[in-house]
Design a protein around this ligand. Structure first.
Ligand code: ADQ
Length: 512
């Protein structure tokens, strides 16, 4: 029999719950740690681990600690399988990825197919069947590992686009589990998503979850529309009616039906922790020192991003360069720090963005820097959290100009650190954070003229106006923090699992 492209087969198998499993399991591509292979780590002591940076980790770590669960993910090195271990109140269970898996599943299908597809096809997604086959295999490996770790009836929270197929695979292995899925990146409109040769399989994979969370209402709406168009399922508001056996006639009264919910749960930050760090005298002193070392610029602007083509770093440098060229801002007044964390460096597109950024930085400095003031300071490495907080505290203006971004935690971190309610956030309307941070100076980063105006406005904004905007944003993040985010998601997951009858009524609108 010829197998259609848009499907896959894996060994179907039921797995018995372990006698001693975890009641709460997070499964993500990466464990929240990196292996420390530096010279001072003695191999005789076994592997040494340190906490790794990144949006997902920042967001889920506090939840893991509070619930004492297990975290299943890749340890970040090729071809090595480590035993499960405990660190900082978390039980960590490594999943092995071989060199080929990393090439095909991770760098390939995850980061060169799905990532650009979900970010407005800023660069062209590549579709390769070998990458897809590897994606299916690796998702199955993750699902099988969860099936062995999760206690009977446990809650499993699957994270992000690398694991789209895990919810459905896991449901087949362990129908007793409560499964939530959260997508950290945007879900594209059907007109773009429909390019994907494996679009039905991906939609069905996600729909194995009881609750599917997105960053923005538009992402959830895009997903529900794709489900209606491609899978022919019925939706009402955020409820989706799913025939339990794929391919069966939904209207056959004998077909078991289940209901899933797909809606937005905008992720946030550990606001109290950041505020406390920003109020620490050591951080305040470090922020003052940063400014002093830069020669006390009148305006210090900051950009903090992974080095990624979605972040709009080129656009902001272009706007800055033109503003300097037009003499609308003076090179005597302005210093711009761009921190760009190395990211996915083996992919061509990422080497290209790095080259472009570095050329632009060199050009601007060559043209506009003097012995007294280097206009752009560019750092291509990551910093400890305390140092990041000091940068946020030191900066008068924060530039977040993403061309498309699920949320953008940097924007929220900057706001949380502005304990004096001063400072200006320039924020792309294409970042999810724009839904919550309404008082930011919002921009369309493709519109360079508009971006220049926004940057100029930010550099000239009176203190009173700065405070008027910053205060409500800080207040909002005070309660819309990452703890509330996870609580809301997990409460909603319980509700979906516990109230299938009510959801059925909602969908058929029997109440009215
Ligand atoms: P990312 O694309 O990685 O996350 P972002 O939300 O900005 O983007 O998170 C980056 C995190 O890394 C922030 O906490 C930031 O402080 C930290 N960071 C960045 N550069 C750093 C550096 N040089 N040194 C130390 N720390 C650094 C993905 C999605 C986002 C979504 C998050 C969370 O792409 O849209 O907001 O997941 O859901």
């Amino acid at each position: 029999m010829v197998r259609p492209t848009d499907s896959y087969t894996t060994e179907p198998h039921r797995v018995d719950p372990p006698t001693q499993g975890a009641d709460f399991v997070v499964v993500a591509n990466r464990l929240p740690v990196d292996r420390d292979t530096s010279a001072d780590a003695d191999p005789a002591d076994g592997p040494v681990w340190r906490t790794s940076p990144g949006g997902l980790v920042t967001a889920v770590m506090p939840v893991m600690r509070a619930r004492e669960g297990a975290w299943i993910g890749w340890a970040g090195t090729a071809d090595e399988l480590f035993d499960p271990f405990d660190l900082d109140d978390m039980h960590l269970v490594p999943v092995r990825l071989g060199t080929e898996d990393i090439h095909n599943y991770y760098e390939g299908f995850s980061n060169a197919t799905l990532w650009p597809l979900c970010h407005d096809v800023i660069v062209a997604p590549e579709y390769h069947r070998t990458w897809w086959d590897s994606y299916v295999r690796v998702n199955h490996r993750f699902a099988a590992r969860v099936a062995l770790e999760a206690a009977r009836g446990a809650t499993v929270w699957v994270q992000d686009y690398q694991l789209f197929l895990v919810p459905q695979m896991l449901r087949a292995m362990r129908p007793d589990l409560r499964i939530g899925f959260f997508l950290h990146i945007p879900f594209p409109p059907w007109e773009i998503f429909s390019q994907l040769p494996w679009r039905s399989a991906i939609l069905r994979g996600i729909l194995g979850a009881d609750l599917v969370g997105f960053q923005r209402p538009a992402d959830a709406a895009n997903f529900r529309r794709a489900v209606r168009i491609k899978l022919g399922m019925t939706t009402k508001d955020d409820v989706i009616r799913i025939p339990a056996v794929p391919g069966t006639d939904e209207d056959d009264p004998g077909t078991p039906i289940r209901y899933a919910v797909a809606r937005h749960f905008p992720i946030s930050i550990d606001t109290a922790d950041l505020e406390a760090q920003a109020a620490d005298p050591a951080t305040i002193a470090r922020a003052a020192q940063i400014r002093e070392e830069l020669g006390d610029p009148r305006i210090l602007m900051l950009g903090v991003d992974r080095m990624d083509y979605t972040k709009g770093i080129r656009h902001r440098l272009k706007a800055l360069e033109e503003l300097l060229g037009d003499k609308r801002i003076s090179n005597e007044d302005i210093t711009f720090i761009q921190i760009a964390t190395p990211s996915r460096e083996r992919l061509d597109e990422y080497q290209q963005i790095r080259t472009d950024v570095e050329l632009a930085v060199g050009r601007i400095n060559g043209e506009y820097s003097s012995l007294d003031n280097q206009v752009v300071h560019y750092f291509h490495h990551s910093y400890p959290r305390e140092e990041m907080t000091a940068f946020y505290l030191a900066a008068d203006v924060m530039l977040v100009t993403a061309l498309r971004d699920g949320m953008n935690l940097v924007a929220k971190e900057y706001v949380a650190c502005r304990t004096n309610n001063d400072g200006v956030l320039v924020l792309s309307e294409f970042a999810g954070a724009a839904d919550q941070l309404r008082q930011a100076v919002q921009v369309n980063p493709h519109d360079i003229t508009g971006l220049k105006d926004a940057i100029q406005l930010a550099t000239e904004m009176p203190l009173k106006e700065q405070r008027k905007r910053m205060k409500p944003m800080r207040a909002k993040l005070g309660h819309e923090n990452v703890q509330a985010w996870s609580q809301e998601f997990l409460d909603a997951l319980d509700t979906v699992a516990d109230t299938q009858d009510e959801l059925s009524e909602r969908l058929h609108d029997r109440r009215g």
